[in-house]
Structure formats: structure tokens, C-alpha cells
Design a protein around this ligand. Structure first.
Ligand SMILES: [Zn+2]
Length: 226
């Protein structure tokens, strides 16, 4: 008895379909189902998580982005929306971390006040490798902790490793002054730490928006406080 090609195909075809289905279902996904909903369904200005109501996400240490996530369209969407959120008039901040928009991944935006024009830059999987230089104390606030302000002790310089959002290359940078303080504040967010955990003094500032805007961030010597 001979087996025809038609009979072979009849057996082989369903097996191939089954294998393809298993591969699709077991393919590593970028972001959790909940995170994908937050990224895709939010407006361009995202909801900013607030302490203590959103402590679950604000207090959870973040995971590094996986290789799949680094190449995903959802990451592009998320980083673009994070920047719009940071720069929205009601926020107008100098930095934001992904837990502040409900995503537990190591992503931050920092305004590089140490660079000409103060550009906003995105850092993926940032890690502070070392802190050095003078210890100083300066005022900090946080989009997730309104309307509080506090005096926080920080180091003047950081060495940071991260992945560049466009080239996906591993990079390293050394940053000084107030911009180094922003990096410390944002990287603390990624470890579930808020500035109020470190502040010597925390106070309610009814005019915290005005107070925040009173600092001349562009002056390299304004931090730390005299
Ligand atoms: Zn913050």
C-alpha cells in the first residue's frame, strides 16, 4: 500500500498549525497585560500615580526591560506618552519614572539641565553605578507627592549605566550638580523609594508649584543650598 502526498499533507498540515500556535502563545510578551492596557488606552497625558493611594506601584522595585520589550512598539508609545505627561503644563517637571505612570519598568526621562538648551532625554534600564563628590542638601518635590516639599541630602555626582532608547546600545555617563540630583531622585523611584523617605524635613507647600518654579535650575551653582 502506498501513501500519497495528499495523505501526508493531511497529517502534516494540522501538526504545523499546532506548532505555529504553540510558538505564538509561548512567545515572550512585552509588558504585562495590565501594563499594555495602561500604555495603549491612556491619553497622551497619562494618569500620574499619587502617594499614598498608588503605593502598590510606587513602592514596587522595577524590573529591567527585556530584549523583547526594548524592541517593542509599546515601549515607543510609553516613552512618548511619559514625555508628554512630564511636560504637560499641570506637571511641568524635570524628571519622571515609569512607576509614576503605573508601569513597573526601569524607564526614566530627565531634563539635562547640564546641557545646552536643557534637552529632555530618555534612559532605559538605568542603574547608578556610583555616587561621588560633595554631599549637599537641597529642596525636592515630586509629581507623585503633591503638595509636599522636602530637604534631601544627595551626592553631587553620579556614574550611570543605561541603554540608549534609539540605538539600544549600552552606555555610561557621568553627571554632576542638580542634574545628578534628578537622576538620583528618578532612579530611587525605580527602586520603590520616594524622596520623602530620605528627606530630613518634609513640609506642605500650598504654593509648591510657584516654589518649584522659583529655583533657577539653569544656574549650575544653585544646588546644593548655601
Ligand atoms: Zn518623583
Amino acid at each position: 500500500m502506498s501513501i500519497t502526498m495528499k495523505q501526508v499533507n493531511r497529517v502534516l498540515f494540522p501538526i504545523l498549525i499546532l506548532i505555529a500556535g504553540i510558538l505564538v502563545l509561548t512567545r515572550p510578551k512585552a509588558f504585562s497585560k495590565e501594563e499594555r492596557m495602561i500604555i495603549r488606552q491612556s491619553d497622551s497625558v497619562m494618569y500620574v500615580t499619587v502617594w499614598p493611594a498608588d503605593s502598590a506601584v510606587l513602592r514596587t522595585p522595577c524590573m529591567d526591560l527585556t530584549k523583547t520589550e526594548l524592541k517593542s512598539k509599546d515601549l515607543k508609545t510609553l516613552t512618548a506618552k511619559m514625555l508628554v505627561t512630564l511636560r504637560a503644563p499641570q506637571h511641568d517637571g524635570v524628571g519622571i519614572a515609569a512607576p509614576q505612570v503605573g508601569v513597573s519598568k526601569r524607564i526614566i526621562w530627565v531634563q539635562r539641565l547640564d546641557k545646552e538648551g536643557g534637552p529632555f532625554e530618555c534612559y532605559l534600564n538605568p542603574h547608578i553605578d556610583s555616587l561621588f563628590g560633595a554631599v549637599g542638601k537641597g529642596p525636592e518635590g515630586c509629581l507623585s507627592v503633591p503638595p509636599m516639599r522636602g530637604l534631601v541630602q544627595r551626592r553631587a555626582s553620579v556614574i550611570l549605566s543605561y541603554i540608549h532608547p534609539e540605538t539600544l546600545e549600552a552606555k555610561c555617563d557621568t553627571v554632576h550638580g542638580y542634574t545628578a540630583v534628578i537622576f538620583q531622585h528618578e532612579c530611587d523611584h525605580l527602586d520603590g523609594v520616594l524622596y520623602i523617605d530620605k528627606a530630613d524635613t518634609v513640609y506642605v507647600s500650598p504654593s509648591w508649584e510657584a516654589e518649584r518654579k522659583s529655583y533657577d535650575y539653569s544656574r549650575p551653582d544653585w544646588w546644593p543650598l548655601p
